[in-house]
Design a protein. Structure first.
Length: 222
């Protein structure tokens, strides 16, 4: 137990440059508090003491702004940074060394039974406001861009951005892999706009050329 608590504190220093002391982390980091309270709630959940488990999870939600269902399975060294609005569903499974930023939802897509929430493998980063919905797997070492909505499986070593989320970087493509640089991501929407803008410019130039040609023809007829 003490080793797990130490890991929960150490991971903050690894991923948050604002952390100054262990006392500060223990007393002021809501992400750490939410994880600790979830571990207690999850213990009661496994003992089939569902009401106590849900009560603890609701107290945690009230105190931290982070809602983790007591049935969710969480690995070691989960870091929830600025966690307000984070929601983690009942059948969600989270591996080791995962980073989650504020406003992230790991949820379901309806009233289906059984496994209905995502599985997040090791070393995944999920940036602010991302929504991962349904029973799918986010492969290890992947990054989900801010504001993305992921509805399909994500292979390992991938970067996903957009609505709906699309894999824009996968094995073999060079990107800076730094957990704190989650804002430096490709933008396929912007790329498409730039492509359309280029086509429009080309069409305008062709139209202008046709106009000039038509003017010359009319002058020749005169």
């Amino acid at each position: 137990m003490w080793k797990t608590i130490k890991n929960d504190i150490d991971v903050v220093f690894d991923r948050d440059p604002a952390a100054r002391s262990r006392l500060e982390v223990v007393l002021t980091y809501s992400g750490v508090h939410a994880v600790w309270m979830h571990r207690i709630a999850h213990w009661f959940w496994k003992k089939k003491l569902y009401f106590i488990a849900r009560f603890i999870s609701q107290v945690s939600r009230f105190l931290t702004g982070i809602e983790i269902h007591p049935g969710a399975t969480i690995g070691q060294r989960l870091f929830i940074d600025h966690g307000m609005g984070v929601v983690i569903g009942e059948t969600c499974e989270i591996g080791d060394n995962v980073t989650i930023y504020q406003g992230v939802t790991l949820g379901g897509t309806g009233k289906e039974k059984g496994k209905r929430h995502p599985t997040i493998e090791d070393n995944v980063l999920i940036a602010s406001g991302a929504k991962i919905l349904g029973s799918m797997t986010i492969g290890e070492n992947s990054r989900i861009g801010a504001g993305s909505v992921v509805l399909k499986e994500v292979p390992k070593n991938s970067t996903v951005v957009g609505i709906p989320g699309k894999v824009v970087v996968q094995d073999g493509m060079k990107v800076k892999h730094d957990d704190l640089d989650h804002h430096i991501l490709p933008d396929p929407v912007q790329d498409k706009f730039l492509e359309l803008e280029k086509e429009i410019k080309q069409l305008r130039e062709e139209l202008e050329a046709y106009k000039q040609k038509d003017v010359l023809v009319r002058k020749g007829d005169e």
